[in-house]
Design a protein around this ligand. Structure first.
Ligand code: ATP
Ligand code: MG
Length: 211
């Protein structure tokens, strides 16, 4: 079953909810190696997205995602805002005009989203950023789709890979963003951006489980 526009809206709402619930957790992670604002940033951005819901819920999926991206860009400062803004804008470009998404559509959207983040932030694998969660998630999703597994199975694989990628950031030494100023002292802490990325992938798997 493809993912419908209502499924997309449900996922965005679920992201807003999980990021609100994890606001303190994300901020605690960011206080260890950053400036203690990642939870507040993500929550502010997604609450602003929630305020846009009434005006986007009858639009096509591309317009919905583009609005999410623009809203994050304009309401979330720092490094995270432009990066997540790019993520959703790229998804919006790939899903322009669509009213439902097949696994192949979602794969193309995720690949563009990851490329956008890498182009913008220039982080490589192992730099201890959100890229360390998103890259394995997209790779796992691709592998699953190529193996003709169902949409929910592919989403589960992506969420599990994001979780492992997030956990793998713990021993890493940060080479991008504020955490990189700490050098070796950044090791031993989980990256906040990789954690929010995992939460977002987990919510896709849970919200679209019946797709
Ligand atoms: N160049 C980058 N590429 C990809 N992700 C990055 C980059 N720089 C930072 N990040 C991610 O952004 C997260 C921090 O987001 P936050 O919302 O706290 O913004 P910030 O405080 O301005 O960022 P930072 O503390 O990195 O300067 C990090 O945990 C990391 O995952
Ligand atoms: Mg921060």
């Amino acid at each position: 079953m493809p993912v419908s526009r209502d499924n997309v809206l449900d996922w965005i709402k679920a992201c807003a909810k999980i990021l609100e619930e994890n606001k303190s957790y994300l901020t605690d992670l960011d206080s260890a190696i950053g400036d203690a604002d990642h939870g507040a940033n993500m929550n502010r951005g997604f609450q602003a997205v929630m305020n846009k819901m009434p005006e986007i819920s009858d639009k096509d999926i591309g317009t919905i995602f583009k609005t999410v991206g623009m809203t994050l860009l304009s309401t979330v400062g720092g490094a995270g805002g432009p990066l997540y803004g790019t993520f959703f804008l790229q998804i919006g470009l790939k899903t322009a005009g669509k009213m439902e998404l097949a696994p192949e559509d979602w794969l193309a959207a995720l690949e563009a989203a990851l490329n956008g983040i890498v182009m913008r932030g220039k982080a490589e694998l192992g730099d201890k950023t959100m890229v360390d969660a998103i890259t394995p998630a997209v790779n796992a999703f691709r592998k699953s789709v190529e193996a003709k597994q169902s949409f929910p199975v592919a989403l589960d694989a992506a969420a599990l890979a994001a979780q492992k990628g997030m956990e793998a950031t713990i021993p890493m030494v940060a080479r991008k963003g504020r955490a990189s100023y700490l050098g070796e002292r950044s090791a031993g802490h989980q990256d906040p951006g990789a954690t929010s990325s995992y939460l977002i992938f987990k919510e896709a798997a849970e919200t679209w489980a019946n797709g």
